[in-house]
Design a protein around this ligand. Structure first.
Ligand code: FUB
Length: 463
């Protein structure tokens, strides 16, 4: 049986916003409402982005703000998404949670994952169960999507401070930095789960980290959320500055241990959340800046969403100042509809949620009448003739309507889904397709009676 819980407030709010946009478009002769693709994830609230490039994909590690949190962080697990085109993101679920660490009590806060010698190490801050003190744990996996397990059975380091960032220098030395209100670093050993020497405080000077207006207790802008990396011979530390509302600032240094020089603002205080958190990568020849805001319906300081912007470094290696957008970066390449695509590969979703599939992986579920999934830049080429989806339904099913260009763009196919006898009892449905040519945005619009209609595991077109 499907869990008889209502769908999350976020899913319902997005579905309502989607219907309102469609109604207003219908009243207006203009084409479909512009479909923003930022924030990246619409099925849950996500926070504290930590991107990692591995084998031609971006893996995005995030925190997860529970629905309905209004006065404190309610964060119990971490999430992973991935993309090879910066537009369509695949949901890999939660391979790491507070339960992974027997010693953890609460607060699944801002972490970062890194790969070394084929293993993936995910450093996360969380409260230690008995003392309530913040500690940093390290989880390990042989896959970027997990499952992750506690590498040590105890914290890697515990000094009451948060927000680890990890980085391996070109000479092979790995460093872990973290801290709020201080900024610490320690040299990690090659095993990535132990360290040499003692944690060292980085001097928070105003030359290094800017001057906080009225900052007597904390004279510099440094607040939390460091993100340290190297580009050429220059070391960057991008961090959440000032509080609160935070903005994103950065410093640079000629070595991983400083001396740091304050360089200014990366992203001003914007976006309906009092925190922000940076993540910076280069991917397929371009640079990307990840952050979070409260931009989704119901969003705010404790219901945040991860977003991303593309940027170009200035010729003098400084970072340009960026604003939050709802468009996000351009797609890199296209999506191939003639291979199996996971239903949870999404550019923008309204109403739906995701869940673990009994056989492994994820499926899209909690589908109701009027919900929709957009997949950006689908390369149909000379034309698709057939659509197949793997579906399951414990009720009477419904319809998958395929449209291109917009949520009420041309219909290119319609698939009827019948009951299969269970939410994890899977069957293929196939229907004819016509008019799906060239490279188009694809919309899977779901319709049917009341209540939950069906689940979708994956889909594929054929010529
Ligand atoms: O998400 C919980 C905390 O809020 C993070 O650890 C901080 O960086 C801030 O984003």
């Amino acid at each position: 049986m499907k869990t008889p819980r209502p769908r999350r407030r976020l899913a319902a709010a997005l579905a309502a916003a989607f219907v309102a946009a469609l109604l207003s478009a219908a009243a207006d002769p203009a084409p479909d409402p512009a479909q923003a693709d930022n924030p990246i994830v619409q099925t849950i609230y996500t926070a504290d982005p930590a991107p990692l490039v591995h084998n031609g994909r971006v893996y995005l590690y995030t925190g997860h703000d529970e629905d309905g949190s209004t006065s404190s962080f309610n964060m119990k697990d971490w999430r992973v998404y991935s993309s090879d085109d910066m537009a369509n993101w695949t949901d890999h679920g939660s391979p790491l949670s507070l339960d992974t660490f027997s010693w953890a009590g609460a607060n699944a806060w801002a972490g970062q994952a890194i790969e070394r010698n084929g293993m993936f190490y995910w450093y996360v801050p969380t409260s230690e169960r008995t003392t309530g003190q913040f500690a940093i744990g390290v989880a390990v996996s042989n896959s970027p999507t997990g499952p992750f397990w506690d590498a040590l059975g105890h914290p890697l380091v515990m000094n009451g401070e948060i927000d680890p960032t990890v980085f391996i220098d070109t000479d092979g030395q790995a460093y872990l930095y973290w801290g709020n209100p201080n900024l610490w670093y320690v040299k990690l050993n090659a095993d990535m789960i132990s360290y040499s020497g003692s944690p060292t405080k980085i001097p928070l000077t105003t030359e290094g980290f800017g001057t906080r207006p009225g900052g007597t207790d904390r004279p510099t802008l440094y607040e939390e959320g460091p993100w340290v990396y190297k580009r050429g011979s220059l070391y960057y530390n991008v961090f959440a500055a000032q509080c609160c509302q935070e903005f994103i600032a950065y410093s640079t240094a000629p070595s991983p241990t400083g001396p740091w020089t304050y360089r200014g603002t990366v992203m001003p205080a914007q976006g309906n959340a009092f925190t922000n958190h940076p993540g910076v990568i280069d991917f397929k020849g371009s640079s990307y800046f990840f952050y979070h805001n409260g931009a989704l319906p119901g969003g705010g300081g404790f219901t945040r969403s991860v977003a991303v912007e593309k940027f170009v470094y200035n010729p003098d290696d400084t970072i340009p100042q960026m604003n939050m957008t709802t468009a996000g970066p351009p797609q890199v390449g296209t999506l191939n509809p003639y291979v199996r695509q996971e239903a949870e590969t999404i550019a923008w979703a309204t109403g739906v949620e995701t869940e673990w599939t009994a056989a492994g992986g994820m499926n899209v579920g909690w589908i109701e009448n009027g919900d929709s999934i957009k997949v950006r830049g689908v390369a149909f080429g000379t034309g698709a003739r057939q659509f197949t989806a793997r579906v399951a339904s414990a009720t009477g099913g419904g319809t998958i309507e395929l449209r291109v260009d917009g949520p009420s763009g041309p219909v290119v196919g319609r698939c009827t889904v019948s009951g299969t006898g269970g939410w994890q009892t899977w069957a293929d449905v196939t229907c004819p397709v016509s008019g799906a040519t060239g490279t188009r945005d694809l919309y899977l619009n779901f319709s049917g009676g009341s209540g939950f209609l069906f689940n979708v595991d994956w889909w594929r077109f054929a010529v």
